[in-house]
Ligand binder design. Structure first.
Ligand SMILES: *Cc1c(COP(=O)(O)O)cnc(C)c1O
Length: 361
């Protein structure tokens, strides 16, 4: 069976170093916001070519704490509208809502699955104050167009980079990351971070993640408990040096898939520049997605659907259920994610290609 993602195989090469770290952290007697968190923050900021990194509990909290901090700084106000792609993972939207802001969904571009920049301006009102860019599946969104729109309408830009570790874009926007185990850089549990060049913002998030206190037991803000765990930071310190090589392996697999999968019933993703994609997911589309998934499973190939239900169609958002986002709905009806990971062998990749090319419907 070719697994969709073999996390055990991904982490196995690091098990000994993880044990070492476990010993070190246990022996240190300091388990919250210690040296490992500090080291990871320095290393990840520098990896992202950014000035500051603040480790937090998970990727959702990274979004919430970022927006809450912008509200504390007076850059945003509660109730402000935030533009977000309609086909993103639910966390982007929940992050906006849980910060007291209002998500305004925009359809994606069917070629890239990222926000359709031509449809943003028609959604802008006097209350629109920010854009939450998502680099979905690991592909850079159309940043130049987004920056132009942002400048023209004086909007704050924040990037949800939870699927885009190692994607380098020369911009100085605040980015949120998740280190959920299945991400390109994954911990052995929940973890997240905010990366920014804004010193005030970084300091504020450091405080907000820790009960709103800079000095222990003195609370300047009504904060949260969302600190990056010391052990998870230690594991991430072990894995970070391998992220670029891991992403290169993903790109290698993606190139093979793109060159070799030839089936008129399957739509391959668009990638015009491999420097702008880290292939967190390799998502194909088919009008007979369910049959294709069953066929692949019968042939011992595991796939996943990212995601089966669009945010506006979720039961959690009954008030949006009647809204119409046809492109988003089409993607959610047709998307199927093929196995892709740094530990997939060439034989496995070839086998997936062979089976896909044989599929007739
Ligand atoms: C995974 C993910 C998140 C949330 O990360 P968690 O660590 O699970 O909270 C946010 N946005 C996107 C686009 C994601 O893929």
């Amino acid at each position: 069976m070719i697994k969709f993602l073999d996390l055990n195989k991904i982490n196995q090469p690091y098990f000994e170093l993880f044990q070492e770290k476990l010993k070190q952290v246990s022996n240190s007697g300091w388990y919250i916001l210690g040296n490992e968190v500090k080291t990871f923050e320095e290393n990840f900021a520098s990896f992202c070519k950014s000035k500051y990194c603040v480790g937090v509990g998970n990727g959702l909290d990274a979004i919430v704490l970022t927006f809450k901090a912008y509200i504390e700084l007076g850059v945003l106000n509660e109730g402000d509208e935030v533009i977000v792609p309609a086909n993103t993972y639910i966390a982007s939207i929940l992050g906006i809502i849980q910060s007291g802001l209002k998500p305004v969904m925009v359809e994606p571009n069917l070629a890239t699955y990222n926000i359709n920049t031509q449809l943003i301006e028609e959604k802008i009102t006097s209350k629109t104050k920010a854009i939450l860019v998502v680099h979905l599946y690991g592909q850079l969104a159309e940043m130049h167009e987004i920056i132009d729109i942002g400048n023209k309408h004086n909007l704050l830009i924040v990037e949800d980079a939870a699927q885009a570790h190692g994607l380098h874009f020369v911009g100085s926007y605040t980015r949120t990351y998740s280190f959920y185990p299945a991400k390109n850089l994954g911990a052995l549990g929940d973890a997240g971070a905010v990366v920014t060049n804004d010193e005030k913002l970084a300091k504020l998030i450091q405080s907000l993640r820790n009960y709103g206190s800079k000095k222990k037991y003195f609370n300047d803000y009504q904060g949260f408990n969302s600190r990056l765990d010391e052990l998870q930071a230690a594991f991430l310190n072990v894995k970070l040096p391998h992220l670029t090589a891991d992403n290169d392996k993903r790109k290698h697999i993606a190139k093979r898939y793109l060159n070799k999968i030839k089936n008129t019933k399957i739509v391959l993703p668009n990638c015009t520049d491999f420097n702008n994609h880290v292939f967190h997911l390799f998502v194909i589309r088919s009008e007979n997605r369910e049959e294709l998934q069953r066929y692949l499973l019968e042939n011992e190939i595991e796939t996943l659907i990212h995601y089966p239900v669009a945010p506006h169609k979720q039961r959690a958002f009954t008030e949006w259920n009647n809204l119409s986002f046809p492109i988003t709905e089409k993607i959610h009806n047709q998307a199927l994610s093929l196995p892709i990971s740094p530990v997939m062998t060439d034989e496995e990749v070839n086998y997936v290609i062979e089976i896909l090319n044989k599929w007739t419907f």
